[in-house]
Design a protein around this ligand. Structure first.
Ligand code: G3P
Length: 223
C-alpha cells in the first residue's frame, strides 16, 4: 500500500519524507489556503521534496477552464497529479487529460457509481472520502470495499483507489485489508501509525536490562 500525506505544510512533508515511508502528497484548495502560500510556489517546493505523485487541485468547475488550469498545474513538475472534481465537467476533463498522458486524481468521490465513472474516465487515482461519509453516519469503509470489488472485476480499469479523508489509523489498516492502492493520511495520523504503548514499554524494558550489562556495542570489534 502506498502512503501519501494529506497536507501542504512543507515542514511536515520534509519531516515525514525523511522517514523513507512517504510515496506521495495530496493537497486540496483548503490545504493550500491553510498553508498561506501561493499554489504554484508551494506545490513546486513539495515536488522537489517528494518524487512520487503530488496532487494539485483545480479551482475551476467548467470544462474549458479546468483544462486551462490543469495546463498550468501540470507544468509545475513531472510528478504533479492534476486533481479534478467528480462532476460531469471534471470527468470530461479527466478523459481529455488522461488521453494527453497527464496524471489525474478524481476527488470528492462518495459512491461506487461515481468511482466507476472515474475509472471509465481513465483517472490515475480516485479519492473516496471515507471520513466525511463516517461523519454523516454512512460507512466509508464499505464504499472502499465496493470500489475495490468493482475494479477487480475489470482488469482493464487501471484507476488506483486512493483512500482519502482518513481520520485515524484504523481507516488505514482497514483500507489495506481491503486492498486499496493508496491511503492519503494527515500528518498526525501518519505519525500515529507508529505508536503502541507496548512498544514503548518493551523498549524501555530492553534498554533498562541492557544498561545493567555495562556493555557498549560501539566499543566492541566484531570478530
Ligand atoms: O484532501 C482530500 C481529503 O483527504 C480531505 O479530507 O475530510 O479531512 O477534508 P478531509
Amino acid at each position: 500500500m502506498k502512503f501519501f500525506v494529506d497536507t501542504a505544510d512543507i515542514a511536515e512533508i520534509k519531516a515525514l519524507a525523511a522517514s523513507g515511508l512517504l510515496d506521495g502528497v495530496t493537497t486540496n484548495p483548503t490545504l493550500i489556503a491553510k498553508s498561506g502560500r501561493r499554489i504554484l510556489e508551494v506545490v513546486a517546493e513539495i515536488c522537489d521534496v517528494v518524487q512520487g505523485p503530488v496532487s494539485a487541485e483545480v479551482a475551476a468547475t467548467d470544462y474549458a477552464q479546468i483544462l486551462r488550469e490543469a495546463e498550468v498545474l501540470r507544468r509545475i513538475a513531472p510528478n504533479v497529479a492534476v486533481k479534478l472534481p467528480l462532476t460531469p465537467d471534471g470527468l470530461r476533463a479527466c478523459r481529455t487529460l488522461t488521453d494527453q498522458g497527464v496524471m489525474t486524481n478524481v476527488t470528492l468521490c462518495f459512491s461506487a457509481a461515481q468511482a466507476l465513472l472515474a475509472a471509465k474516465a481513465g483517472a490515475t487515482f480516485v479519492s473516496p472520502f471515507v471520513g466525511r461519509l463516517d461523519d454523516v453516519g454512512q460507512d466509508g469503509m464499505q464504499l472502499i470495499a465496493d470500489i475495490v470489488q468493482i475494479y477487480r472485476n475489470y482488469p482493464a480499469l487501471k484507476t488506483e483507489v486512493l483512500v482519502a479523508s482518513v481520520r485515524h489509523p484504523i481507516h488505514v489498516v482497514e483500507a489495506a485489508k481491503l486492498g486499496a492502492h493508496v491511503a492519503t493520511v494527515p500528518p498526525t495520523v501518519l505519525r500515529a501509525l507508529y505508536n503502541h504503548p507496548l512498544t514503548d514499554k518493551g523498549l524501555a524494558g530492553f534498554l533498562a536490562d541492557w544498561a545493567k550489562t555495562g556493555q557498549q556495542i560501539t566499543d566492541m570489534v566484531a570478530v
